[in-house]
Design a protein around this ligand. Structure first.
Ligand code: SAM
Length: 284
């Protein structure tokens, strides 16, 4: 598996060039595009075979046949790292299962480049690739992303970027930080950083151009409830007519605290807030 540039041909590593030059067969998404890359790298034309999203399952057998014959097959995609939102995963799994050695020649990948350039926390992150385009799949994914505490990286096509930022704004709220990395390693490279509200507004007029990665900050840590918050919530519920049996679990759920803690604070309150009959009364 050989990573190739995501824009700047200077990012093709010496090891990638050597691997392509010594492979017997090069499996690639688009043979014309890969020929251009090979010619840039000074690698002589080889046996090229097309392996793309529509034929990967089928082409796996042809690749295994080459490997069984002892040939070295280099797998590349149009740009970046094969297998990352690109064909390649099935080939790797099948070759591994058949006992062939799979070696990765790492290099450019838009997910890592955008994350690194975003300035957002990168100790732990989630890669979402392309979001589902519509329907309940998209709504559910957006809800999961909104609640996710880790930084999320999303690939997006230019004609869908505005809608995606608007949907993220609605799901995550206006203040959530976002970075939009555009045309990385290319002439019009740009990394925009700001709030979701500002990001969506920026795209409100006009269509985005070029390739984009959206990097979204994680959901903020919930503010931990203190004893006084729990007391206040309990008293508010008593006042609203709840008895202890109803108020305790409701407060635990509302403040994301264990029921046991609410119970202990309710004990401390005694009958404060509850009348002799268990009816709620105003606390003194
Ligand atoms: N395998 C590739 C990789 O390792 O990054 C990703 C291929 S995926 C089909 C293409 C998507 O990657 C684009 O829609 C865009 O979201 C992102 N992408 C690729 N090149 C990019 C670049 N130069 N700048 C920003 N995003 C890029």
């Amino acid at each position: 598996m050989v990573a190739t540039p995501i824009g700047n041909l200077g990012d093709l590593s010496p090891r990638a060039i050597e691997t392509l030059a010594t492979a017997d067969v090069i499996a690639c998404e688009d043979t014309r595009r890969t020929r251009k890359l090979l010619s840039h790298a000074g690698v002589k034309a080889k046996v090229l075979m097309a392996v793309h999203g529509h034929n990967e399952a089928y082409q796996v057998r042809a690749i295994l046949a080459h490997l069984d014959q002892g040939r070295r097959v280099a797998l590349v995609s149009d740009a970046g790292t094969p297998g990352i939102s690109d064909p390649g995963r099935r080939v790797v799994a099948a070759a591994g299962d058949a006992g062939h050695e799979v070696v990765v020649v790492p290099g450019p990948s838009a997910v890592i480049a955008a994350l690194a350039a975003s300035g957002l926390p990168s100790e732990r992150f989630v890669f979402e690739g392309f979001l589902p385009r519509k329907g309940s799949d998209r709504a559910e994914r957006l809800a999961l992303i909104a609640a996710e505490r880790r930084t999320t990286v999303i690939y997006e096509a230019p004609n869908r970027l505005r809608q995606t930022l608007e949907d993220l704004l609605e799901a995550c709220g206006p203040a959530r930080r976002v970075a939009v990395a555009r045309e990385l390693t290319k002439l019009h490279e740009e990394v925009w950083r700001g709030s979701l509200a500002a990001g969506a507004e920026r795209l409100a007029t006009g269509e985005a151009r070029g390739e984009h990665v959206v990097v979204l900050d994680g959901a903020p840590e919930p503010v931990l409830a203190g004893d006084a918050d729990i007391q206040d919530a309990l008293l508010a519920r008593y006042r609203a007519g709840d008895d202890k049996r109803a108020a305790l679990p409701a407060v635990a759920a509302e403040l994301h605290v264990p029921k046991r803690r609410v119970y202990q604070i309710a004990l401390g309150l005694g009958d404060l807030g509850l009348g002799a009959s268990g009816d709620p009364v105003e606390p003194q």
